[in-house]
Write a protein that binds this ligand. Sequence first.
Ligand SMILES: O=C[C@H](O)COP(=O)(O)O
Length: 319
Amino acid sequence: MSDRNPGTEFDASWFENIYINLPAVKRRAETLGTRRTVKKQWQAAWLLRAVSCIDLTTLSGDDTPANVSRLCFKAKHPVREDIIKALGMENENITVGAVCVYPNRVPDCVNAMKACNGTEIPIASVATGFPTGQVPLKTRLEEIKLAVEDGATEIDIVINRNYALNQNWKGVYEEVRMMREACGKAHLKTILATGELGSMTNVYKASLACMMAGADFIKTSTGKEGVNATFPVALVMVRAIREYYQRTGHKVGFKPAGGIRSAKDACTWLILMKEELGDDWLSPHLFRLGASSLLIDIERQLFHYVYGRYAATHEIPMS
Ligand SMILES: O=C[C@H](O)COP(=O)(O)O
C-alpha cells in the first residue's frame, strides 16, 4: 500500500467553481476502449500486472469459511503453475493485491492465510453498513474497529450518500475522518457509490472530501449499485486524485469495482491509470481492481497466450 495519506483540514473553497465537461469526459472515455491495444509481446506482462492489482472479492450472503478459504488459496496462487513456468516467471511471487470480504469472514481469511504458508496477502474488509451505510454512525465506527481487531489490514467503507446528495461535504469529510481514526493502522478505502451520487460534479466533490479526510484509496462502487465502475466516472475520480496530489503532494490510490469481468477491460483500466496519472499508479500500492470473477478470464487469456487458442479449446491428451 502507498504511504498513508494524512489528509488535510477541511477547506470549503476546494468545492467552489467545479465544472465537469461531461461530453469531453465521455469522448475521452470512448478513446480508451477503442483506440488502444496492448502489443502481443506485452500482453502477458500486462495481464500479470492486472492480477497483482486485483482485490479478489467475495461479498455474498452465502459466504462460508469453505469458500473464503478457497478464495485465499486462489489469492496466493492466482495463475496455474505451468502457465507461470511457461512465461518464465516461476521466481516471481505472483499473488493478487488483497482479498476482500465481509467483516464476519475476516477471521476465516486469517485462518486460511495461516494454513497456506508463504506470503501474507492483505485482508480487506468492507465495513460501515456496506453496501448502503444506512446504520448509525456509532455502529459503523464499531464495525471498523472489530474488523481491524479480527485481522483486517484494509477497510473499505461506504460514504454517507445522504450528505453527498445534500452537498454537505463537511459532513462527508467529518465522518470519513472518524472512520480513518477507527482504522488505526489499517488502510482506508472510501467507496463513493458513484451510481447513487446523481452527478459527475458530486463524484468529483465526494472524491475531494474523502481524500481531504485521509482516504488512502477512493473506490467507485460497492458492486451492488445499478451502475458500478464506468470509464467516464473513473476519469472524473482520477482527475480529482491528480488535483489532490498537486495541492498536497500525497498520492491517493484508485479502485474501480463492480462489473469488471474481462481481461480486455482490465488492460483498459491499466491504460487509463498510465495515461491519466502515470506509472506510479500501475502497482497494487496505488491501484486495485475490485472484482469477484475477473481472474477467471485473465487466467483463460494467459492459457491461450501460452498454449495457443486452438490447443486451449480443442486439444485433449490421448493417454
Ligand atoms: O468490491 C468489489 C465488488 O463488489 C465486486 O463486484 P463484482 O462481483 O461485480 O466483480
